[in-house]
Design a protein around this ligand. Structure first.
Ligand code: GLU
Length: 441
């Protein structure tokens, strides 16, 4: 049974970077008819905030990435302490007392000597009495997992064959001096006990994965399948990490981006499949294949979300957007013709308000000097609103007869006079909605 998890730390909002992680794990579970767990990694009581837990759930809900159950690491601390006890019993766990400054100094020395900055395991040489003395002086030490110095290998779902020399990695700290359980231990215990079969996460976790594989095996479990997706960059290949704050899902939602547009882009970006607008989750699930993703950094341009949003909206029927049409101020009886007129002419639903304002108040006419007389004459032939489906054809025919103009020279100045714009909806569908024509008055 396929089981995946999305495991955010509730220390901030979901942004496009971690959305990719969430989406891939979700799609794998749904495609296999398996289980998708939302795991809140909240073992850090200082940085974890309940408001972020709520926000993460809201954002996933908005996208339709529904989870089968929620797990919270803060409620599983005992399990992690049990695992720590077992590691201690096996001699794979040791207490170390170096201060951050001391560790930093060691690293610098190693680098100066051209050696990899790997923790030297000095703490393993301490005798009981020395440890007691250090504890009395500095408080409890951190607990490190003693790696087996061998190659750690796995077949990564995206990166392919991976082989990491454990000797090039420091023994990971799993418990802090103040007793706080760190992510690596908690994650290993959870992935094992929750029967996680597939873990997809960012390639910044590759070294973690190597150490987690060893910890899992030490605890008698078989590691899940791993896949590490590339990290997103900006449109020019620049690091996105600093800008992720402004690419939070809630900001995109505010800007009018539609969930299916965002999902369609993120489920294919960086893969060998083309980005195409998908209309529902079933379509996304159907075409998803993790092995088609590339390990190369993936360029992301927020601008790409808007044409996709527009295209998604063009295909919607009124029932899906009734609330938004009403919120734009459109009266109920005009909602259907208004949506039929506006839907091909909006990028986001925010644009509805502008089209409605135009219908309700009329537009500031846009009239070129050379058209002034022509437009004035045309306006004398235009009766006051209300208009019907034939009004545009009737009026333009009358103007044509009176002035002799035809084609673009006839239609464009009239469109600009009525809408104040050069482009826009079919005039025949717009006219019945016009309550006011300012160019007439
Ligand atoms: N809480 C971790 C993170 O957000 C989870 C990583 C993982 O998927 O294991 O980076």
């Amino acid at each position: 049974m396929t089981t995946t998890r999305f495991a955010p730390s509730p220390t901030g909002y979901i942004h496009v970077g971690n959305l990719r992680t969430a989406l891939m794990n979700f799609l794998i579970a749904r495609k296999a008819g398996g289980t998708f767990i939302l795991r809140i990694d909240d073992t850090d009581p200082e940085r974890s905030k309940e408001e972020y837990v709520d926000a993460i759930k809201q954002d996933l809900d908005w996208l339709g990435l529904h989870w089968d159950r929620v797990e919270r690491q803060s409620q599983r601390l005992e399990r992690y302490h049990d695992a720590a006890e077992r590691l201690r019993g096996m001699g794979r766990f040791y207490e170390a007392f170096e201060t951050p400054t001391e560790l930093d100094l060691k690293r610098k020395k190693q680098l100066n000597m051209g050696r990899p900055p790997v923790y030297d395991r000095a703490a393993l040489d301490l005798g009981e009495a020395e440890r007691d003395a250090l504890r009395a002086e500095r408080g409890n030490g951190v607990w490190r997992f003693k790696l087996e110095r061998e190659r750690i290998e796995w077949t990564d779902g995206i990166l392919g064959e991976i082989s990491i020399d454990a000797a090039s990695v420091s023994d990971p700290v799993l418990i802090r001096g103040d007793g706080q359980i760190l992510y690596t231990l908690a994650s290993v215990v959870d992935d094992t006990e929750m029967g996680i079969t597939d873990v997809v996460r960012g390639s910044d976790h590759v070294t973690n994965t190597a150490t987690q594989i060893q910890i899992m095996r030490a605890l008698g479990a078989e590691p899940p399948r791993f896949a590490h997706h590339s990290l997103l960059t900006g449109p020019q290949g620049e690091a996105l990490s600093k800008r992720l704050g402004v690419l939070a899902l809630r900001d995109l939602r505010e800007q009018g981006v539609q969930p299916m547009a965002l999902l369609s882009l993120m489920a294919r970006l960086g893969s060998s499949d083309p980005v195409e607008l998908r209309h529902d989750m079933a379509e996304l699930i159907e075409g998803f294949d993790i092995s088609r993703f590339s390990s190369a950094p993936t360029r992301f341009d927020v601008k790409d979300l808007f044409p996709l949003t527009g295209r998604y909206l063009h295909g919607l029927d009124l029932n899906t957007v009734r609330a938004e049409v009403a919120a734009a101020g459109v009266p109920d009886d005009l909602a259907a013709p208004f949506w039929a007129m506006a839907r091909d002419n909006i990028t986001t639903l925010h644009d509805l308000a502008g089209w409605w304002a135009l219908c309700r108040d009329g537009a500031e006419p846009l009239v070129a000097d050379e058209d002034r007389e022509f437009v004035a004459q045309a306006m004398t032939l235009l009766p006051p609103p209300p208009y019907g489906p034939d009004s545009w054809a009737d009026w333009t025919a009358a103007v044509k007869d009176a002035t002799g103009r035809k084609g673009k020279a006839l239609f464009m100045p009239l469109r600009k006079a009525l809408t104040g714009q050069e482009r826009g909806p079919e005039m025949a569908t717009l006219m019945p909605l016009l309550q006011v024509v300012r160019a007439r008055d």
